[in-house]
Design a protein around this ligand. Sequence first.
Ligand code: HEM
Length: 207
Amino acid sequence: MSDILERLRAETREAHEAIERDLAWETRVATLDGYRALLARFRGFHAVLEPALAGMLDDEAFFGPRRRLGYLDADLRHLGLDAAEIRALPRPDAVLPRSRPEAFGALYVLEGSTLGGQVIAKHIGRQLGLTAETGCRYYAAHGRETGAMWKAFRHRLADEAESGDADALVAFAARTFDAMRHWLCAAPVPFLDGEGRGPVAKVLQRG
Ligand code: HEM
């Protein structure tokens, strides 16, 4: 294992444990409403972070296959939201990367989440009967390519840490984990009222 990966694992272990614990993902994906609300939160986070990462990395061949905003949009469309509702979903006031090492720190968090995401995608398949084609594209993510994508990412990460500021990279990974946890866990469900009804529920009833 490269030094940088070892450092990232060690220095973000607590943050990973915190997000795993606080996300309460099994509870949230137990119902279609809860799952849709969770995807809506992820959508806001990716909508803010992905354009910043694309600009900072300036390497579409590498970053393009790692974009997942389009997957979130496809899933949310499948779950009943129209394009205007998706665009109007709330976004966090997140701190954005200001350098390449910081961008790699943030991308470590997003790419790493595709590993645990495989477990979650299988669970969602069993629980809600959704597949990558029917509302679970975001979690399915790289699918069979997950191992290969992670390996390729690790190589780039090691190169980046050697030539750049590894301290900034690790610090920004920790910061991204925390920002994500706050955004996914602390904020209320955006589009359902207290009784689980709202514009989205109505859209679904129509369909
Ligand atoms: C949005 C929330 C999450 C984020 C941002 C996240 C992030 C990460 C990161 C960065 C890694 C890479 C660790 C490394 O090898 O350096 C990772 C790995 C992993 N995560 Fe998560 N994670 C999240 C939620 C979860 C949840 C809820 C689970 C439980 C199902 C989970 C299970 C795993 C597993 C099984 C691995 C692979 C460990 C390995 O193969 O070494 N993660 N995650």
